[in-house]
Design a binder for this molecule. Structure first.
Ligand SMILES: N[C@@H](CCC(=O)N[C@@H](CS)C(=O)NCC(=O)O)C(=O)O
Length: 234
């Protein structure tokens, strides 16, 4: 029995959902509320999600969980056995998780227009008080995190130049190729997909993505190969 423990709108969920879909492994999704942090910490002391539960065992962190899934369910591999390809997959995944993540989070939840649309979606299942409070505190909280990280100190124009460079890099990498690494879909595609999909929830970044046809067809290809949900939300 597999359960994906997740927060709403997290781009990291995509990696695990799509990996399980691709491998045809049934799972259940459990969404936790921001008001349930105590319970989340009891499961993962770091307090972050996603976490995978497999027959009572918890594997926190999407990267650890992805590797766990690959070990337990090695059919339809998503992490190549070849060392050069495996190394590339790791570098793409880490770029997505540790660089692209801050762009999508900052643009979706702190910039005018985007934050008013996205934060209510993130908190819609919280209690009445938190639905009132969180939209007032989340943008400032996230802006402090991204200012510490660095990108939150840049102007929106500069951030969009950065985003365009990142999207163009993927477009360039897809010249004559269907996938980011080797000749089949891997965890690298899923990790970058999750972040690009989140960027599509930020108006100006979404416009940038539409200008890169190879990226658009690659996103569709990933959806076609991994989009069939086998999960039951709970
Ligand atoms: N490296 C972690 C990052 C997960 C992460 O940052 N999740 C966010 C949601 S998008 C979270 O749980 N934030 C809650 C917090 O930081 O307290 C992973 O790959 O799972």
């Amino acid at each position: 029995m597999l359960i994906l423990h997740q927060f709403h709108l997290s781009p990291y969920n995509q990696k695990l959902q799509r990996m399980l879909n691709y491998k045809g492994i049934p799972y259940t999704e459990k969404y936790w509320l921001l008001g349930e942090r105590k319970q989340v910490r009891a499961m993962n002391p770091v307090g972050k999600l996603p976490a995978l539960e497999h027959d009572g065992k918890i594997v926190a962190d999407s990267t650890d969980a992805a590797h766990y899934i690959e070990e337990q369910f090695p059919h339809s591999p998503m992490i190549p056995a070849e060392p050069d390809l495996r190394g590339q997959v790791h570098v793409f995944e880490d770029w997505a998780d540790e660089s692209l993540y801050f762009y999508e989070m900052h643009l979706r939840f702190t910039t005018p227009g985007n934050r008013e649309r996205n934060i209510p979606r993130m908190v819609e299942h919280e209690n009445r008080f938190l639905r009132w409070l969180l939209p007032r505190v989340i943008p400032g909280g996230i802006a402090r995190i991204t200012a510490t990280q660095g990108i939150g100190r840049k102007s929106i124009d500069q951030l969009l130049i950065d985003v365009q460079r990142h999207v163009r890099a993927v477009d360039d990498l897809l010249t004559g190729a269907d996938w980011l690494v080797g000749n089949r879909i891997t965890l690298a595609d899923l990790a970058v997909f999750g972040m690009f999909q989140a960027l599509q929830d930020a108006d100006m970044a979404a416009d940038i993505i539409t200008r890169f046809p190879r990226v658009c067809s690659w996103l569709q290809r990933i959806e076609q190969n991994t989009g069939t949900p086998t999960s039951q939300p709970s």
